[in-house]
Design a protein around this ligand. Structure first.
Ligand SMILES: [Zn+2]
Ligand SMILES: [Zn+2]
Length: 109
């Protein structure tokens, strides 16, 4: 059982968790096709093949990044927060606003 050794670590927040599958179509949840190649954990509390998505890779810099709000953004592809900030003008205004308000919140802590 090497499955236990597979670890996903988020580059931004250092969240680490084991995962059961990386890709778009988890074999244990056949009805599910993900929008991105993602690190997936089989939901231990689900009996009908539920999954938990831990995160994926940033489509710009390929960094492994979790799906927490502070770490990444999914806008047709996944972007890590660093790449979002660096390419801010490529995103629509509502995304820019959202990211900016998150950054401000972080600074106040
Ligand atoms: Zn993270
Ligand atoms: Zn990135």
């Amino acid at each position: 059982m090497n499955d236990v050794d597979k670890k996903f670590v988020c580059e931004n927040c250092n969240l680490s968790s084991s995962y059961t599958f990386f890709g778009k179509r988890p074999p244990f949840a056949r009805s599910i096709v993900l929008l991105e190649e993602a690190y997936v954990l089989r939901d231990p509390f689900s009996e009908d093949g539920g999954i938990l998505v831990l995160g994926g890779h940033c489509s710009v810099c390929s960094t492994p990044i979790c799906r927490a709000q502070d770490c990444s953004l999914f806008y047709s592809k996944r972007f890590c927060v660093r790449c979002v900030l660096q390419n801010m003008e490529e995103f629509p205004a509502e995304i820019q606003q959202e990211v900016t308000s998150r950054q401000l919140k972080n600074k106040c802590q």
